[in-house]
Design a protein around this ligand. Structure first.
Ligand SMILES: [Zn+2]
Length: 400
């Protein structure tokens, strides 16, 4: 492939993005309410849109028969890499806001997170087929339910990975546009419940050695604060440092009653991939020591939301993305860290494939005021199509 024809292929994809068709798809998806665990109807809607476009649509249950996943492959039949576009069709559990297009801005539930981004990826897929811009390899589009916590547990992504429905790299059109995240922290939500035997009792009627639950909880918070200070030494240039954070402590009913329990909740984040088990073990050890010293019993709920990940700056997907991004926007996107955990963490941890999150500069995710500029959706569709054209490649471009 010489440079001139590669440039031609990229240019063809850029001009082929159809703004009206993209918006129509986004509005169709937003028109179907889909709170997490109830994304069956919108998955059916997306499958119908793709089938009407002439794509062959597969619907693997992927561990959630209520909303089978939507899977489409665009294959060239020639050697090359497979790029996966992946998105979640579910939205957070907030009152439903119907779609509305006003002055070039699209509003409604999921407009930002992330039906707008999925519509852009679908448009990129159409463009790649129409322009025959893939010299080799193919594109895999996957869409699913079960993303948003705490309602979803990511089981569909895990099932897709287990069934081998993955590409050589994955791109996720979530609402992040100001940096290319080459690293992200792992994250777990914890809830520690400390308790003692017996009933709540007036403070003056306590037995002398009755464990002091508010004090035990406070001591736990202090020890976690100390832990947080030493965790700061474990850092990554893009994603920050290890942390433990307490956002809630709860104990007692009234001022002069000795309570039987204390609950402490927060998050633990880490920068080093593959450390999930060790991180959990270290956290549990700290809690167990505190419980033993304070005469309390402790139960720890430690819900891992995703492992840390890193993508090499030299990876072919990063080069392909930056080539595409620079063609569309004039210069490469600065690299950085991913502030949140998304399905990219799961793909990286379970399948070991590089995952790039890049989507529209959209507003209001997880609020009633989601809004995304149609210009941004068009830009994302162009970047996705051109990234695939640059990444999937032709003969000689083998997955590495
Ligand atoms: Zn999202």
């Amino acid at each position: 492939m010489d440079n001139a024809s590669e440039g031609d292929r990229l240019e063809k994809t850029r001009s082929a993005v159809n703004r009206e068709r993209l918006v129509e798809t986004a509005i169709s998806l937003i028109s179907v309410p889909s709170p997490t665990r109830s994304a069956g109807a919108v998955a059916d809607c997306l499958a119908e849109v793709l089938a009407n476009d002439g794509f062959e649509v597969q619907r693997p249950e992927a561990d959630w028969p209520e909303a089978p996943a939507v899977v489409v492959r665009l294959e060239t039949g020639r050697p090359g890499r497979t790029l996966q576009f992946d998105g979640h069709l579910d939205t957070v559990h907030l009152p439903y806001v119907p779609p509305r297009l006003e002055d070039g801005i699209l509003y409604g539930s999921g407009a930002s997170d992330m039906k707008g981004g999925i519509a852009a990826a679908v448009e990129a897929l159409r463009v790649l087929r129409e322009t025959e811009a893939l010299a080799g390899g193919g594109v895999l589009l996957t869409a699913h339910d079960h993303h948003e916590g705490p309602w979803g547990d990511r089981r569909q992504v895990r099932a897709l990975v287990a069934e081998g429905i993955v590409g050589d790299a994955v791109m996720l059109p979530e609402y992040l546009a100001d940096r290319l995240p080459l690293a992200g922290r792992g994250m777990a939500i914890f809830e520690v419940s400390l308790s003692r035997e017996g009933d709540p009792v007036h403070e003056v009627l306590r037995a002398p050695e009755t464990p002091d639950l508010p004090a035990a909880g406070a001591e736990l918070v202090c020890r976690l604060r100390n832990m947080n200070r030493s965790l700061a030494r474990t850092s990554d240039p893009w994603s920050g440092c290890d942390t433990v954070f307490v956002g809630l402590i709860e104990s007692g009913e009234i001022y002069n009653q000795a309570p039987v329990g204390c609950t402490v909740r927060g998050t633990r984040r880490w920068v080093t991939p593959g450390r999930t088990a060790a991180v959990e073990a270290g956290f549990r050890a700290l809690v167990d020591e505190l419980a033993a010293e304070s005469g309390t019993s402790a139960t720890v709920d430690f819900q891992v939301q995703g492992d840390a990940f890193r993508v090499s700056r030299e990876d072919a997907i990063v080069n392909a993305f930056q080539t595409a991004y620079a063609s569309v926007s004039g210069e490469e996107l600065p690299v950085g860290g991913k502030p949140f955990v998304d399905d990219g963490n799961t793909y990286a941890a379970l399948a070991g494939i590089p995952a790039l999150t890049h989507g529209p500069d959209a507003k209001g995710a997880h609020t009633l005021s989601e809004a995304v500029a149609v210009d941004e959706l068009v830009r994302v569709a162009r970047v996705y199509a051109m990234t695939a054209a640059a990444y999937c490649g032709g003969a000689g471009h083998c997955p590495e």
